[in-house]
Design a protein around this ligand. Sequence first.
Ligand SMILES: *[C@@H]1O[C@H](CO)[C@@H](O)[C@H](O)[C@H]1NC(C)=O
Ligand SMILES: *[C@@H]1O[C@H](CO)[C@@H](O)[C@H](O)[C@H]1NC(C)=O
Ligand SMILES: *[C@@H]1O[C@H](CO)[C@@H](O)[C@H](O)[C@H]1NC(C)=O
Ligand SMILES: *[C@@H]1O[C@H](CO)[C@@H](O)[C@H](O)[C@H]1NC(C)=O
Ligand SMILES: *[C@@H]1O[C@H](CO)[C@@H](O)[C@H](O)[C@H]1NC(C)=O
Ligand SMILES: [Cu+2]
Length: 350
Amino acid sequence: MLFKSLVILAAASSVLAAPLMERQSNASTCTDPDLRRAWHTLKDSEKKAYIDAELCLMSKPAAHGLRGARTLFDEMQSVHVLQSEIAHWVGQFFPFHRLYLRAHEYLLQTECGYEGAHPYWAEHLDAGAFSNATIFSAENGFGGNGVGDLLCVEDGPFANYTNPLGPGYKVSDHCIERRFADRVSRGSSAAVVEACMAKTNFLEFWNCVEMTSHGAGHGGVGAQMTNPISSPGDPIFYMHHAWLDRIWAKWQEEDPSVRMTEMGGNNRPRLGMAMPGAGGNPFGSGPPTPGLGSMEDMIRPDDVPAPAIIGDPGNVTTLNHLITMYGILPNRTISEVMNTKGSYLCYEYD
Ligand SMILES: *[C@@H]1O[C@H](CO)[C@@H](O)[C@H](O)[C@H]1NC(C)=O
Ligand SMILES: *[C@@H]1O[C@H](CO)[C@@H](O)[C@H](O)[C@H]1NC(C)=O
Ligand SMILES: *[C@@H]1O[C@H](CO)[C@@H](O)[C@H](O)[C@H]1NC(C)=O
Ligand SMILES: *[C@@H]1O[C@H](CO)[C@@H](O)[C@H](O)[C@H]1NC(C)=O
Ligand SMILES: *[C@@H]1O[C@H](CO)[C@@H](O)[C@H](O)[C@H]1NC(C)=O
Ligand SMILES: [Cu+2]
């Protein structure tokens, strides 16, 4: 059924080039998908392999000329900064971040010899108590809470990393910043995920997850993770978004003949939605929170080009919508990332 609908999709599209159609018409090429597993189920040696590969990305010089980046790790963050204006509260929220995670995994594997698949953080297990989560262990994890006025993470493997991007569009050196908010992290609960999983169409499902689980993960970690533009400066970002990608993949699997091709939504966020707190003013009147920054940092400066929207006939996101990783991976259409076990992506979640 899925195979059939992909064939029809490819055949019906006049935009896709012939080689692409061929790849798309062959949904059976993913015979041995990589297994993306929950962080807490990994052996210590597997955790170490992932962390070491991330440290390797942090040590390798930038190679794609992306704004403000010194290392490959920064370049991943830069992609997010450059696309953030059209990557949240839009139809491509899920597909963009799916390809983004693949780009991260691809760099870990090809540049840093990582042999595993991208892990994810089973956040519901830590809902309400992020500050106690094993993923933030200093020994076998991402380090703990930020300390001092600057909220710097001073333990664990990433303690001394100088991050050159953020808050927001700003290019400025700072540490990795965190400020756990256990109360906010309650929104990562299994019950909340289940409520979104029960939605029967993509628009409701996407809005539900972005509003609840997505926001709770960012807000529960706090500081740098609360900035919708520069948040991937905290390496926990990728573990959070893998969790969200898993939720989408599991939802798709519940009705693949419909959900593997179900897309929609606006290409640009409704006014104000892309701001942290979605509506309220999170910036307050005192000095800016490290990592979150100020309202001013959220306004795209002149040296950052407005991201292009390519592939859709109108303002509604379609399967032909082009996703860009600025050359870290080739551009892909949304249709190419709809199926995690298709002709392009080849992974599944446990
Ligand atoms: C499609 O899949 C079959 C079987 O796995 C393989 O032999 C064939 O080369 C694939 N075709 C393309 C265009 O990838
Ligand atoms: C974290 O763990 C400690 C020790 O088990 C416990 O006392 C504390 O209540 C936990 N914090 C939260 C927010 O659950
Ligand atoms: C960070 O720097 C301090 C002081 O130079 C050093 O003691 C510590 O081992 C470093 N930590 C890491 C994870 O590199
Ligand atoms: C898309 O949105 C813009 C700005 O809101 C509007 O000017 C334009 O008419 C819309 N185009 C279509 C095809 O709806
Ligand atoms: C990739 O997409 C971007 C826009 O998102 C576009 O500017 C760029 O030219 C594309 N690159 C290629 C090689 O098609
Ligand atoms: Cu994002």
